[in-house]
Design a protein around this ligand. Structure first.
Ligand code: GLN
Length: 195
């Protein structure tokens, strides 16, 4: 059984853990650097990316996560997507940079800052319900990044190998396909590195 951590410093971590448990994964809330030990994958949830960065500094956590996301499957949603992107704008801030993408924080103005959309996806099973909350926009992606769903022409669900990112909150719907995809990625990677 894969062991998946959910970064639990701030933001929407509980529901992610519940969704992954529903799919049969073992889950662990990651609150301290040593909690990352032995995990096969990590979810970085939504929240406020600048607050995440502050918390990571305070507990000397950034470097441990940096090493993890460079080597293991990671799923960043919303603020988590911002934290793993190569470049962050509006304003610029530090990021792990493992996802070859440029993201703009808080892109969708007041009127649109939270909304639910149904969009086509390349995931089997028809359109995907997506909840956006003060979402970033993925403005550019590199050649190795695959778009799995988009909103008005902008990618909102992307994959780059073992890295998965969504600008929306898949944990807030009953549709488990995005979490299932991450679980599949984790299982696949774990099989590759098995002794
Ligand atoms: N606006 C937040 C940020 O810039 C992201 C919002 C979210 O995660 N729902 O970090």
């Amino acid at each position: 059984t894969p062991n998946i951590g959910v970064l639990a410093l701030q933001g929407a971590f509980e529901v992610h853990a519940r969704r992954l448990s529903e799919l049969g994964a073992r889950t662990r809330l990651v609150r301290k650097p040593e909690d990352i030990e032995g995990l096969d994958g990590l979810v970085i949830p939504g929240g406020e990316s600048s607050t995440f960065l502050k918390n990571l500094e305070r507990v000397g956590f950034y470097d441990v996560l940096d090493t993890f996301v460079r080597n293991k499957p990671v799923f960043g949603t919303c603020a988590g997507c911002i934290l793993i992107a190569r470049e962050v704008r509006n304003p610029a801030q530090a990021s792990f940079g493992v996802l070859d993408a440029t993201v703009e924080r808080n892109f969708y103005g007041r009127q649109n800052d939270s909304m639910i959309l149904n969009s086509d996806t390349t995931l089997p099973g028809g359109p995907l319900e997506m909840v956006f909350i003060r979402a970033p926009r993925i403005a550019e992606i590199g050649p190795n990044v695959e778009t799995l769903a988009s909103r008005a022409g902008d990618p909102v669900l992307v994959r780059q190998g073992r890295i998965l990112a969504a600008t929306f909150h898949p944990e807030l719907t009953q549709d488990l396909r995005v979490h299932q995809l991450f679980l599949d990625i984790v299982i696949e990677e774990k099989a590759k590195t098995a002794p």
